[in-house]
Design a protein. Structure first.
Length: 264
């Protein structure tokens, strides 16, 4: 059987709810063969992150190289990148292997508050990776850091999507999950069209891994040949259902459930 291939470049979550683990589950459920380049190992559960070890930047590059020289990938996504050095080698690999269907999830802080991106790496993310992105998918706090200003109102979120595209991304989705509206409202802009994507807000604290699963579903859609807007719509529907089916595991923020289609 020949499946489209996607590559996730992200950290490992020992609790299984986010990062590489969530991405690979999402790819599999959506009919995409998942490959991976691990950027960091975290000791993590539903209560938080207790330790982090970054993978040497050269080994991150070697993982991407090994995948691309043999298997290839129709799309890739980035998650936790940790440092400016890792961002640089990831950007070089994306350029070297001509990966145009790149989803950048600018992971900065874990659900429990642990920093997953060094402060000095934000500029590298902004300058090196955003110009390579087919779609960038920040939540409101991440968009605020990237754009160096608070983002609160719906109009400010629309402008944030425009400004992220002006930084080089071909499209941006500013996610509204951290806001307090009755609906979860995301804003998509691709340089020409602005769309608002709405979904019911689930009454649950079990949203660990939601950003990872959304961006992985988006990358899976691109790998299967969808255009960016169609892939965003598909990913929005997928993460909404994954949150509604979230798992009661652990004593903190449980994970969303990307396996909802095959596990009840």
């Amino acid at each position: 059987m020949k499946l489209p291939v996607a590559l996730t470049i992200a950290g490992s979550d020992s609790g299984g709810g986010a990062g590489i683990q969530a991405d690979l589950k999402t790819f599999a459920v959506l009919g995409v063969h998942g490959t991976s380049a691990i950027t960091a190992i975290t000791a993590q559960n539903t209560l938080g992150v207790t330790d982090i070890m970054e993978i040497p930047a050269a080994l991150v590059f070697a993982q991407i190289e090994a995948v691309m020289q043999d298997i290839g990938a129709r799309a890739a996504k980035t998650g936790m990148l940790a440092s400016a050095e890792i961002i640089e080698v990831v950007a070089r690999a994306i350029e070297l292997y001509g990966i145009t269907n790149l989803v950048v999830d600018p992971v900065m802080v874990a659900k429990g508050g642990a920093r997953l991106l060094r402060d000095d790496a934000v500029d590298a993310l902004r300058q090196r990776l955003l110009p390579l992105a087919a779609v960038v998918t920040p939540n409101l706090p991440e968009a605020a850091v990237l754009l160096k200003r608070p983002i609160r109102t719906l109009d400010e979120r629309r402008q944030a999507a425009r400004d992220l595209v002006s930084l080089g991304a071909r499209a941006a989705v500013v996610k509204g999950g951290h806001a307090d509206e009755r609906l979860s409202i995301d804003h998509y802009f691709d340089g020409a069209q602005m769309f608002e994507l709405q979904s019911p807000r689930a009454a649950t604290q079990n949203t660990h891994g939601s950003g990872c699963v959304f961006s992985a579903a988006l990358a899976a859609g691109l790998a299967k040949g969808s255009d960016a807007l169609a892939a965003v719509h598909e990913a929005k529907a997928f993460i909404t259902a994954a949150i509604e089916s979230s798992l009661e595991v652990g004593r903190g923020h449980g994970p969303v459930n990307p396996m909802f289609r095959i596990v009840n």
